[in-house]
Ligand binder design. Structure first.
Ligand code: BG6
Length: 294
């Protein structure tokens, strides 16, 4: 097994036409492979060489303009959830982001810096800069940097890295790290509840927004013998989502049975944890995904 103590081989960065002929970049390091589409700055794959993929990607996902990709890591910005007359989960996941820089580091890591281009949808917001840096090595690090470029107006926004994790069988999965936190239960009309479980199990539709939950979350996959760790900085919200059977059947871009192979554990700042940036100020939401074979 490759570890960080070994001398890393040279990393490789390849530009390709991906699915739907959409441009993507493939990164191979000594430890792992990642695929990122410019559409949404969307990471669709992160796989360590000696492990099954860490991210789930639906077999039925669309790869089309104006449609989100189903799986991987949708970048949700500048709002989370439904908004009247607007696209769900913000416009960032539907935009073609620009690549500003590709940075191969001496330690064998590769970072790609994306920038959200100006778009008419952003017109209702004060001038802002949104950048996204994806760093690939033994783990995957995601940083969403937002700057309020206005001189006189606060910038309010929500942000979320809506990560779909691959699991062998949802029946053998438990999610640890959220005990004691309050959450809004979207399946129960946004009722406010408190998490009492050390290890959350998914046995029906789950759609929960945990608030003021800043800690690390571990996804234990007993069937695969793997723990995926979601470590975060400057993220006060965690969303846990699995559509389960009935919702899966209603989603045109998701297989009827695929709810058994995924769970979303999303890191961000949403609802009461939304961000407010004073003029000239910046924020960075940072998430690192790693895995450990048990
Ligand atoms: C989750 C929401 O974050 O995303 C769910 O909490 C929603 O309510 C899910 O169904 C998927 O959203 P979408 O827009 O990608 O289908």
């Amino acid at each position: 097994m490759a570890t960080s103590s070994k001398t890393p081989g040279p990393a490789r960065v390849t530009f390709l036409d991906g699915r739907g002929e959409m441009p993507m970049v493939e990164i191979t390091t000594a430890w792992s492979t990642a695929e990122i589409y410019l559409h949404g700055a969307h990471v669709t794959n992160f796989k360590k060489h000696d492990e099954p993929p860490i991210l789930f990607l639906s077999q039925c996902s669309r790869f089309e303009e104006n449609q989100p990709i189903r799986g991987g890591i949708p970048v949700i910005f500048p709002w989370f959830g439904a908004r009247e007359g607007m696209t769900t989960h913000g416009f960032a996941r539907l935009m073609a982001w620009e690549i500003k820089e590709i940075i191969p580091a001496p330690d064998g890591s590769v970072s790609v810096r994306f920038r959200l281009p100006n778009c008419p949808e952003a017109g209702t917001y004060p001038p802002l800069l949104a950048e996204y840096v994806v760093t690939v090595n033994e783990s995957l690090t995601l940083e969403l940097l937002v700057t309020n470029n206005s001189t006189d107006t606060n910038l309010e926004f929500e942000e979320c890295l809506h990560t779909y994790f691959a699991v062998e069988d949802i029946a053998a999965v438990s999610i640890a790290g959220l005990k004691g936190h309050s959450y809004l239960d979207k399946v129960a009309n946004f009722a406010k509840k408190k998490e009492t479980d050390d290890a959350i199990r998914v046995t029906s539709e789950v759609d929960r927004v945990y608030l003021n939950a800043k800690g690390t979350v571990d996804i234990h996959d007993a069937r695969l013998g793997r723990v995926i760790r979601v470590a975060k900085q400057n993220s006060a919200s965690t969303v846990v989502w699995n559509p389960w059977m009935a919702k899966a059947q209603q989603m045109p871009d998701f297989g009827n049975e695929e709810y058994q192979q995924m769970v979303c554990v999303e890191s961000g700042n949403v609802n009461v944890n939304k961000m407010t940036l004073a003029p000239g100020k910046s924020s960075t939401l940072k998430v690192t995904l790693s895995s450990l074979v048990e």
